[in-house]
Design a protein around this ligand. Sequence first.
Ligand SMILES: [Zn+2]
Length: 506
Amino acid sequence: MFTRVQAAALTGVQVASVWVEADVSDGLPTFSMVGYLSSEVREAQDRVRTALRNLGIAMPPKKITINLAPTDIRKEGARYDLPIAAAILAAGNYIPENSLKETMILGELGLDGQVRHITGVLPSVIHAKESGCRICIVPMDNLREASVVKEMLVVGVAHLEQMIEFFRSGEIPDRKEEISEKAEDEKLDFSDICGQEAVKRAAMIAVSGFHNLLLIGPPGSGKSMLARRIPTLLPELTEEECMEISKIYSVAGLLPEDSGLIHNRPFRAPHHTATPQALAGGGKIPKPGEITLAHKGILFLDELPEFSKRSLEILRQPLEEHKICISRSNATYEFPAHFLLTAAMNPCPCGFYPDMNRCACSATEVIHYRNRISQPLLDRMDVCVEAPAVSYLELKGQKNSSLSSKEIRNTVKRVQNIQRQRYSKLPISFNSELSSKYVETYCVLDRDAGKVMQKAFEKLQLSARGYHRLLKVARTIADMEEETLIRQRHIQEAICYRSLDKKYWK
Ligand SMILES: [Zn+2]
């Protein structure tokens, strides 16, 4: 007897349909599995056989063949255990055969029949819906994320027995006990930061035009505190963005237990010892790395010069193309990676340069330290700003005069809307994404601004890329004032954010 049931394979954050076919026929009792399988998938045979036996179900003493189609997709992991069990059960008439129609089954089995959590359930269930399934059977631990998908009967099972019972009688197992409400997250807000008005302004500009931001300052000047609050300046996630990010976190196995989805802008701050694989995504079948987990949010690299050259090199493709491609012998995997890069660094190894009373570094040490950041990467940091040590007066006084995250977010939304409208016919949304072809069209200077720009071009010895990036930042500053032309003051401010690298990297 022949049966088949739908399952799903993950290829990066994409999903492909896989059909698990079971054939039980007369002949010597054997069990064979085919279909471009990794060793973990082959081991399913032992898990399934043992789990069934522990339920008192003996495999029919016949020739059992399992095929996972199509054969051009490599099958990895233990996610096929449960569909394989279902296909065998149906082929052996333990469950009605027609019950597997329009059904997708996902899950890993323990030897005792427990059904275990797997990654990537959310995108798989979305895929199931798109491919016409009406029912999804998922591990109970994945039920929350799967239930996000509407117009689909999602059944969570904690044990193989529950799946059999569902197919026999339609009984849906109870949900696991709800996790008690987690204590409210500590609410971060920009108004928590004392003083640092120049840095806050720079952050607002960076966020408005999605420009990369570099903060340079001594230890204790609040660089990380500020970076941590940048996600609160970005507009709230749309439903579509929420799904897109949640799919990534589902594949990475990082969805929060208490809610099926990610509702806040990601903030990822990998340590400087992070390997290139941790940043880009590693593994035989790659999982999303830090730069993909930061998609639509902030990637914060503290102590930038401490990152290895190889790790920083990884950033190049995503900064230009907003995605990362990882090659493996059997395929190339593509992950989205459109993030706002925020980096922070001390001005010298000890951190106190140029305060010569406190800085103990030699000139060579300082130069060596800064040169660990390559010119191409530095060129991509559109907005560089100094975060000076906070003075006593600032600490004392200004807290209440600061703008709150909400106020800044409103400005950011307004400026982003201007850009979205302007670029409605281009495949971009932000000034920072303008390709060199369009910079001259959209970044038009008035006469005075043109003169300032010409002088700056010579003085700062700008590269073509540096010149374009400066114009794009000026464009954002002009948008904040809703000016069509870029004026002198806009270009002057943009130059300030560019000239730091001349100050520090001469
Ligand atoms: Zn120093």
